[in-house]
Design a protein around this ligand. Structure first.
Ligand code: ACO
Length: 325
């Protein structure tokens, strides 16, 4: 039986020019390259200029994804931006991206699920594209996480970076089998009782400030491997595939030990893991599309291959997605 699938037809990424190494951080916070690399796998991160809002990062990633898809801004009818670091409290970054790209009147809004935002946004976009309510959708993960850092807190400020990634989604007819290209399965989760483990201590309806990221890192770590692994198994079941059959594991890039722990627990060969956190650090909702962009650009990830995406972040929220490129 034929059915419409939401197919990724283009991928793009953008990283700010400024690179901040672990040694750069060690000049003003009590840390070392050795500690950061050993505990996290991170070696450097990119950081925005003071005059660069997150929408600028999103626009650059979107331009590259549209070029890769062979589409132009005038064809875009849906923009979803996953972000936790919006330019303004409102309007949504997605509408700013729409204006800056010059896209026609369509649907544009943001999704706020912190590091899990891109997986959540893909699922939301699938609701439009696979129902033929969008012919050309941009799903963007874009973040300026360095703007949320308390630069005196060594337990958090060494972990995050800035960047944006984007995929173009288009409806294509499939056969309703796992051989179809497109988004094949999802598992999304949230547990609001774990808010105190990872949050930002500011907001428009509390203290009217942007706030700083606060995290009980070792507690988040404890939940990460178990939660993410369960979501991966559920997403694979939803898609009707075996986890071991995926060609590439494209995880949210939080900590190398989390990536390795998850891969081991669900039975994914470590050579199938796309890793960028050594270069990008944790870019929250941007990290999955940036890793996907890296894999596509260096030729490892090819059309027709089966991919597994996963993320966990503030909320807590977490989730996984299986797609065939
Ligand atoms: N440099 C040097 N020492 C440090 C640093 C640092 N940057 N940060 C913490 N330490 C010290 C602590 O003060 C502590 O010292 P003490 O024993 O004298 O008190 C010691 O290192 C151990 O601290 P822990 O927090 O227990 O270290 P841990 O091994 O758990 O590593 C880390 C910390 C890297 C934050 C880890 O817990 C982690 O990655 N957790 C996952 C959290 C995460 O990635 N969150 C991102 C958002 S959610 C997500 O994306 C999954």
């Amino acid at each position: 039986m034929t059915m419409l699938r939401s197919v990724v037809t283009g991928v793009g990424g953008y990283l700010p020019e400024r690179v901040v190494t672990n040694d750069d951080l060690a000049k003003f916070v009590d840390t070392s390259d050795e500690w950061i690399v050993e505990r996290t796998g991170i070696r450097q991160r990119h950081q925005v200029r003071d005059d660069q809002p997150v929408s600028d990062l999103a626009v650059e990633a979107a331009k590259k994804a549209l070029a890769a898809a062979g589409r132009t801004p005038d064809e875009v009818d849906l923009i979803i931006v996953a972000t936790t670091t919006a330019d303004l409290t409102f309007p949504a970054v997605a509408t700013i991206v729409q204006r800056k790209l010059g896209c026609p009147v369509g649907v544009a809004f943001d999704v706020q699920a912190v590091c899990s935002g891109f997986v959540y946004a893909l699922s939301v976009a699938d609701g439009f594209v696979a129902r033929n309510r969008s012919k050309c959708a941009l799903v963007i993960g874009a973040e300026t996480m360095t703007r949320l850092m308390d630069w005196t807190d060594r337990g958090t400020c060494v972990l995050f970076g800035d960047g944006a990634g984007c995929v173009v989604l288009e409806p294509q007819e499939g056969q309703g089998t796992t051989a179809d290209r497109g988004l094949l399965g999802f598992a999304l989760r949230a547990d609001g009782t774990k808010q105190e483990l990872l949050y930002v201590d500011g907001g428009p309806s509390t203290n009217g400030q942007v706030g700083h990221l606060r995290m009980q890192g070792n507690q988040v770590f404890r939940h990460a491997v178990v939660n993410i692994s369960e979501a991966i198994v559920s997403a694979a079941e939803d898609a009707g595939v075996e986890v071991a059959s995926v060609d590439w594991f494209v995880p949210h890039q939080a900590n190398l030990r989390i990536l390795q722990g998850v891969a081991k627990r669900v039975g994914i060969d470590e050579h199938k893991v796309i890793t960028t956190l050594d270069q990008h650090a944790n870019t929250s909702a941007a990290s999955i599309p940036l890793a996907l962009d890296q894999g596509v650009r260096d030729g490892r990830v090819k059309p027709g291959q089966l991919l597994l995406l996963e993320a966990m972040g503030g909320g807590l929220t977490w989730g996984a997605c299986v797609l065939r490129l």
